[in-house]
Design a protein around this ligand. Structure first.
Ligand SMILES: [Zn+2]
Ligand SMILES: [Zn+2]
Length: 284
């Protein structure tokens, strides 16, 4: 398979969540998740992610973020509504400068705001959808994200009580419900093994986890450590951590062919996890 074929966007529906993207170590990573109104990283900003009104940017490496100004510029050209970018607070001033410089050179104003989302903080995108950030373990400030469906649920004491009684309590101003988030989709950004300690439980309980796993060959373990990336052996070692319906291994290296990656990963992961693991690779 040629390098060009690895670069063709993939569409998948995982645990009922459709997503489309490209993810190749060092080259380009972006995912568009239309049902959640968001993109995770922008890569070189392909046309597919222009409609996303929210971008969650894990970090500033250009394989993930190179297209940010182009995305902002194209949204203006297409007269799309104002959009928001959420990223590590440490990177916000530099991104604002970069976008201002590009907008100035183009003689226009972009309708895009870059906002810091610190680890532990969250943002409400819709009444039924919130996204929180967590710290990832990489060479530059990096955050991962968890998108959760938010539902209102009855407090335990009110469950099973007659509807009329509940309605009466609501009318009387009593608190009978609480907001209950259910993690749908988590994204690790680029990360070393420290993410197992820094990510919240929800990341490993989300229906789908997009997990960076750049390397699979034993001789690349050192390389993974040096560059702040995960190796499949890191995933295998902590197999019991992953309660996700689908664990998606992304950011896979171009140094191995898809066939080699599939065979090695199948060999390294315990069967129970391998059965729930999806490789973000084109079909052979
Ligand atoms: Zn990367
Ligand atoms: Zn990176």
């Amino acid at each position: 398979m040629s390098e060009r074929e690895r670069w063709v966007p993939l569409s998948m529906t995982l645990a009922g969540i459709p997503l489309r993207g490209v993810s190749i170590a060092g080259r380009e990573t972006w995912f568009h998740v239309p049902s959640l109104d968001l993109a995770l990283d922008v890569g070189r900003s392909p046309a597919e992610i222009l409609p996303a009104p929210n971008v969650f940017l894990s970090h500033a490496h250009l394989d993930h973020a190179g297209g940010l100004a182009y995305w902002a510029s194209q949204r203006r050209l297409l007269r799309l509504p104002p959009a928001r970018v959420f990223t590590d607070p440490a990177a916000v001033p530099a991104w604002n400068r970069i976008l201002e410089l590009h907008a100035g050179l183009e003689g226009v104003a972009y309708q895009v705001s870059v906002e810091g989302l610190a680890p532990g903080a969250s943002v409400t995108l819709r009444k039924d959808l919130s996204v929180s950030a967590f710290r990832a373990d990489h060479r530059v400030p990096t955050v991962g994200f968890v998108a959760s469906e938010v539902r209102r649920r009855l407090l335990p004491g009110w469950q099973g009580r007659p509807e009329e009684e509940i309605r009466g309590a609501i009318l009387a101003g009593e608190e009978v419900t609480r907001l209950s988030p259910r993690p749908l989709l988590a994204f690790s950004g680029d990360t070393g093994a420290g993410v197992v300690a820094s990510a919240p439980r929800e990341a490993f309980e989300a229906k789908v986890l997009l997990l960076e796993c750049s390397f699979v060959e034993p001789e690349d373990l050192r390389r993974a450590r040096d560059y702040g990336h995960l190796h499949v052996d890191d995933v295998a070692e902590r197999a019991d951590l992953f309660a996700n319906e689908a664990l998606v291994l992304t950011h896979l290296t171009l140094r191995s062919t898809p066939g080699e990656l599939r065979r090695t990963i199948a060999r390294r992961l315990p069967a129970s996890l391998a059965a729930r693991t999806v490789l973000f690779l084109p079909p052979e």
